[in-house]
Design a protein around this ligand. Sequence first.
Ligand code: HEM
Length: 433
Amino acid sequence: MSDHKSTYEPKTGIEKWLDARLPIIRLGYDSFVDYPTPKNLNYWWTFGGILSLCLGIQIITGVILAMHYVASADLAFNSVERIMRDVNYGWLIRYAHANGASMFFFAVYIHMFRGLYYGSYKAPREVLWLLGCVIYFLMIATAFMGYVLPWGQMSYYGAVVITNLIGAIPVVGPSILTWLQGGFSVDQPTLNRFFSLHYLLPFVIAGVTVLHVWALHVTGQNNPTGVEIKSKEDTVPFTPYATIKDGFAMILFLIMFAVFVFFAPDALGHADNYVPANPLQTPNHIVPEWYMLPFYAILRSMVFDIGPIPSKLIGVVLMFAAIAVIFLLPWLDTSKVRSMRYRPVMRWFFVLFVITCVALGWCGGKLPTDMVFSMGTDSHNNPIGLSVVLLSQILTAYYFAFFLIIMPWIGLKEDPLPLPASISEAVLAGQKH
Ligand code: HEM
């Protein structure tokens, strides 16, 4: 917390000398050793540390991959195959990087849903949340551009589909598209700029993460009760308590990561990306990576024009709005209570929201013509039943309703359960049972 007084005392001569010039050891000590941490944090609070680990792994493996990768439309695919076959431990570095992206998104989604459930975005942590949203947006951009680099079929057509969305913007769209692609199609200039930005953005993410953690240390951590720290009794020092717990969670996470890298390295990827990009042969089914599927489902759910507005434009706007609305969360939630532990009604809408996001992801991976369940055909041979498109539309409606209607409305109407007077009181009450 900001009013926490530094307790660091330099012992050796060198420490005293450095402390008077650049108190960096003091900063580390106050932030990660003596830092007062709420004593009731559960394992959902270990994902911030896990995310820092993921970022570190992505940067280290990415820099090594870049030493061998060739950003040329003619050579990119083969250079990746060379990394896999000829570079010492190249297969390990590449699989760690490719699966690392999935692990990173898995962790970030848990981190975000944790924030949503415990109301960690509410005052005074709005800036902390906004910086998190910026990181998430940068992660999406970085992952999208990274996926293009191996220049396989899915890389190429993913880039074609997503960049072409910009062309749907009226008037300026086509010019922006040409500028973005560096020409009139996805080609060498596109690959060059994507490689450049894919290398750059992780360092921007690292910079924004520093701001994110800084904002966290100004406001202090939230906790499962959502009740602020009232006294020293409510806290424990970050080290050893949080460091040991974070370390243990990181080890479990690394075991899961290793299972993918060593036993199912291609399970989360797509077989088509092992076919070199061929601009003359469109794959039957173009799908993004799993972590983007919910947004892809929202994009494809729009199959009808509204007046003069074409369906494609509506889909694009909705897809970007689905990310933009997350930024507004601190101002959409009207509840005075943070944690959904004490919000008996909102909690169920939250559960439904999580199911909605997973179901949107499932829809995003299906063909738009697929049926969820079919009850035969009508007299014109049209299928009757629930189509993937219809389900996506229903889920998209709930996705937006959750943020724009349910959040503001339930916050005003709901009777929250009584809050504990302090974190200590909640912890001691828990021990009685
Ligand atoms: C590179 C990605 C990220 C890293 C390295 C990171 C790191 C951290 C760390 C170390 C913490 C403290 C430990 C914890 O509460 O788990 C934290 C807290 C937090 N993060 Fe992130 N974060 C990232 C992305 C995000 C995103 C995408 C969001 C939301 C959109 C977000 C929102 C929050 C919030 C609200 C807290 C405060 C939690 C609380 O005190 O209850 N973070 N983050």
